[in-house]
Design a protein around this ligand. Structure first.
Ligand code: UFG
Length: 328
């Protein structure tokens, strides 16, 4: 049995779908602060908080949990800068509580949702796992500290973990039944979709004076189902005896904000109203991943290998769910 913290959230719920479709038994453990119960599907659901160590232990015992995939965290870079207490408390101390329960119940395997934000501004064109980890945000620092906690728990208690450092998660499940639904929304592709759905007047492009060919920031967009697949491969590797490890997850191709907007216009066939607005604090100019390590070691390969495919899957969800999970 696999326990998925944050399994009602965007990346968590897609991973739960993928696990269930491959026949795994899953318990979703989520406090529903930002997650959606509608996203949980047919997995077992326990409403709980990371800080409730007793409930975690009871849940591990009751369902015979042998491994955990840990998504539950706050993830807004901007908010982390103005409210570090919330981020260090929930993300770092919350993970410590989870690890405490895991050690107490002898749950040995953990796949962890880390982030490209642990690297910060490396100045490198393509980021590999050996690039220096110097986060520029509190959010990124919390993810790096969580990686450190796991490394120390491995040394002391033999906890085996894989940290997956994702770049920009995007798109939605092929069924169109689950997808991205944040409130407030801050991510580029869903914001563009809100403009197309008439929920927002226009897109503000955060700066066109970056040192990139068209002046807008470049990111590496990776489909949510490809991310989900990587979590399962990582867990399977641990269960077959692999050592703890960290992997980047991206497509290896960078797209500027302007290129993303143009791709959406092409895929959807409608113009997107936009304007250039000031830069957003903390945005690095370019973040592109090398995912060679996970391809080589775990045989992972992205199925959604073009931005068009990723955007089309996002539109399938947003066009049918303009109000997210609240759409009637
Ligand atoms: N952008 C705009 N306008 C918007 C929203 C975004 O121009 O209204 C731009 C951003 O400046 C950035 C790009 O679109 O250049 C992508 O922005 P997102 O907010 O969609 O994603 P980020 O790259 O900021 O963040 C993502 C994850 C974070 C993670 C980070 C790692 O969402 O959780 O990558 O750097 F920490």
């Amino acid at each position: 049995m696999i326990l998925v913290t944050g399994g009602a959230g965007y990346i968590g719920s897609h991973t739960v779908r993928e696990l269930r479709s491959r026949g795994y038994d899953v318990v979703v453990y989520d406090n529903l602060t930002t997650g959606h119960i509608e996203a949980v599907g047919d997995a077992i659901f326990v409403k709980g908080d990371l800080f409730d160590v007793e409930l975690l232990k009871d849940t591990f015992k009751k369902y015979g949990v042998d491994s955990v995939i840990h998504f539950a965290a706050y993830s807004l870079v901007g908010e982390s800068m103005t409210n570090p207490l919330k981020y260090y408390h929930n993300n770092v101390a919350g993970t410590l509580a989870l690890l405490e329960a895991m050690v107490a119940c002898d749950v040995k395997y953990l796949v962890f949702s880390s982030s490209a934000a642990t690297y910060g501004d490396t100045g490198e064109d393509i980021i590999s796992e050996t690039s220096p980890q110097k986060p520029t945000s509190v959010y990124g620092m919390t993810k790096l500290m969580m990686e450190q906690l796991m490394a120390d728990f491995d040394k002391a208690y033999g906890l085996k973990y894989v940290a997956l450092r994702y770049f920009n998660a995007a798109g939605a499940h092929e069924s169109g039944e689950i997808g991205e639904d944040h409130n407030p929304e801050s991510h580029l592709i869903p914001i563009i979709m809100q403009v197309l759905n008439g929920k927002r007047e226009k897109l503000g492009i955060f700066g066109d004076d970056y040192p990139t060919p068209d002046g807008t920031c470049i990111r590496d967009y990776i489909h949510i189902t490809d991310l989900a697949d990587a979590h399962i491969k990582a867990l399977e590797s641990l269960k077959s005896g692999a050592s703890s490890n960290a992997y980047n997850l991206g497509n290896g191709n960078g797209f500027s904000v302007k290129e993303v907007v143009e791709t959406v216009e092409k895929v959807v066939g409608k113009p997107v109203k936009r304007e250039i607005v000031p830069r957003r604090a903390g945005d690095p100019a370019v973040l592109v991943a090398s995912s060679d390590k996970i391809k080589k070691e775990l045989g992972w390969k992205p199925e959604y290998d073009s931005l068009e495919k990723i955007v089309a899957s996002a539109w399938k969800w947003h066009s049918t769910h303009p109000d997210g999970f609240k759409t009637k």
